[in-house]
Design a protein around this ligand. Structure first.
Ligand code: PGA
Length: 258
């Protein structure tokens, strides 16, 4: 069994001043969860909150992730943040290619590939997001879209086990609509098969593929029961420490029972 990962994506929510209270509640809850060390927990906060989050979590194995990064290490890129800057505040995990970045900030498969490669080169764990829009799903293009997205990344990555992939159907993000277990499993299995084709079975078995899109305490258990779903990238339900904690708890229980 791959080690599950439950990653919270706070998007453009939460203030620096909210961190302490949130983490106090979360950490005191987490202490009581058995097998919690068998789950990777990650918080992806806005840039300005990263240093403070990292400081609060420094003595814990909990990962702090950026929500985006530039692929160049320095230069004339007004408004951007580099991998060395993240490293300086202790952050070594980054979400790359989130659909909101693709949709509203013109990220392309090519920039996502560049960012993924740069992240690995700088010793980061990139969480690489892929996913189809509603229109693409309805016109039966889901697999084609996913294949293009992942293959562009594959072209720039030698060792895919240094990444985490997140399948996030765009139509399920923040809409309350979750992909059914079967729909999610089908795409997760497809992504794993593409990884196997390019990197071999062993690598494919090692890579974690997270599901994202209205994941919450009520559905994460069933999603995690699918053979190719290894965790969740959680937006809305990560904003409250209780619901995020519950999701971590469910994942830990699955590991303990396995
Ligand atoms: P959601 O967001 O859980 O609010 O749907 C998930 C994501 O965008 O990562």
């Amino acid at each position: 069994m791959r080690k599950p990962m439950i990653a919270g994506n706070w998007k453009m929510n939460m203030m620096i001043g909210d961190l302490e209270g949130y983490m106090r509640a979360f950490l005191s809850g987490i202490e009581k969860v058995s097998a919690v060390d068998q789950v990777d927990i990650c918080f992806s906060t806005p840039f300005l909150q990263l240093a403070e989050a990292q400081k609060i979590l420094t003595k814990t194995p909990i990962l702090v992730a950026a929500q985006n990064v530039h692929f160049e290490n320095a230069g004339a890129f007004t408004g951007e943040i580099s991998l060395p800057m993240l490293t300086e505040v202790g952050v070594k995990t980054v979400i790359v290619g989130h659909s909101e970045r693709r949709q509203y900030f013109s990220e392309t498969d090519e920039t996502v590939a560049l960012k993924t490669a740069a992240a690995i080169k700088n010793g980061f764990l990139p969480i690489v997001c892929v996913g189809e829009t509603q229109e693409e799903r309805e016109s039966d293009k889901t697999k084609e879209v996913i294949e293009n997205q992942v293959k562009t990344v594959f072209n720039s990555v030698q060792d895919i086990t240094k990444t985490v992939i997140a399948y996030e159907p765009v139509w399920a993000i923040g809409t309350g609509l979750t992909a059914s277990n079967e729909q999610a499993q089908e795409v997760h299995g497809f992504i794993r098969a593409l990884i196997a084709e390019k990197y071999g079975r062993q690598a494919a078995e090692a890579v974690r593929i997270l599901y994202g899109g209205s994941a919450k305490p009520a559905n994460i258990g069933q999603l995690l029961d699918q053979p190719d779903i290894d965790g969740g990238l959680v937006g809305g339900a990560s904003l409250k420490p209780e619901s995020f904690l519950e999701m971590v708890q469910i994942a830990a229980k699955k590991v303990a029972q396995a």
